[in-house]
Design a protein around this ligand. Structure first.
Ligand code: FE2
Length: 286
């Protein structure tokens, strides 16, 4: 067993997204443009409605997957083909935008805490123009594995014999929401072919001797085992891993393709009203 050590440590940057939503971004910033297959990680967390109320009105996506995991709050998702999703605290939505989706993501609350993550996952060339698909699940469908010291919500992939309902056959993303009691330890084996990172969003964690403060992302190096400790107090982080796509990435805002020509086509298709050609299939438990 080789324990994965720290490859890069990165403090989140505050940026404004959508119609004026304030988020903490780590992947997708100048310090970490992407971490194959991941293109972006936004952490939204605020109890001030001015930070989130404007939401994310209609906008396009092509060439990748978005995975939204809600910790607190309530968000309504609607797309231009009539699909409608309802994301509540503890629920998750995996959206394969692929050839094209135009959708809105709007808060369904005017006060209280809104907290969660959006992760963008790249698709290989062969999948970029495939049909879009949604997998959306309520909190009850997300497996929770609990011991005295460690609590893990299996958003994607598997942990301790529990497997997520979200099926991601391409990049086989593993996405665990991990809570550790003070002084406890979390161990997870991931095949060496996966790229992986953790992002701490409550308390402080520790990797080896290195403290990892809140709102910090840790890119993990080569190895097949991840070991993370709570650094004195309780902490909570997401551990995310995925198979790299190993292809050129040409990104312009919400379009992520392999070449500049494909990006131009995405712009032209959007302008001509041809970005969305297939209605996404919606899998949900609610
Ligand atoms: Fe979106």
């Amino acid at each position: 067993m080789k324990i994965r050590t720290i490859k890069q440590k990165l403090k989140a940057m505050e940026v404004t997204e959508g119609a004026g939503v304030s988020v903490h971004r780590t992947i997708g910033t100048p310090a970490l443009k992407n971490l194959d297959p991941f293109l972006l990680l936004d952490h939204f967390s605020s109890s001030d409605p001015d930070d989130y109320i404007a939401g994310f009105p209609d906008h396009p996506h092509r060439g990748f997957v978005t995975l939204t995991y809600m910790l607190d709050g309530h968000m309504l998702h609607q797309d231009s083909m009539g699909n409608r999703g309802d994301l509540r605290a503890g629920g998750a939505q995996w959206m394969k935008a692929a050839s094209g989706v135009i959708h809105s993501e709007m808060p369904q609350q005017s006060e209280g805490l809104m907290r969660g993550f959006q992760l963008w996952i790249n698709l290989p060339a062969a999948e970029k123009m495939s049909d879009p698909e949604y997998q959306e699940y309520s909190p009850a469908a997300i497996p929770l594995v609990k011991t005295d010291q460690v609590q893990v919500r299996v958003v994607c992939g598997d942990y301790n014999g529990q497997t997520s309902v979200i099926n991601d056959p391409i990049t086989r993303v593993k996405y665990l929401d991990v809570s550790l009691e003070p002084g406890s330890e979390f161990i997870y084996d991931i095949d060496t072919s996966f790229n992986s990172f953790i992002y701490v969003f409550e308390g402080d964690a520790r990797c080896g001797d290195e403290p990892v403060l809140k709102h910090t992302l840790l890119v993990l190096g080569d190895g097949d085992r991840v070991v993370i400790h709570a650094n004195g107090e309780a902490c909570r982080f997401v551990l995310i891993a995925g198979l790299p796509v190993n292809e050129p990435v040409v990104q312009y805002g919400p379009f992520v393709m392999n070449t500049r020509e494909e990006i131009e086509r995405a712009f032209n298709d959007y302008r001509d009203g041809k970005l969305v050609s297939h209605k996404a299939v919606f899998h949900t438990d609610h």
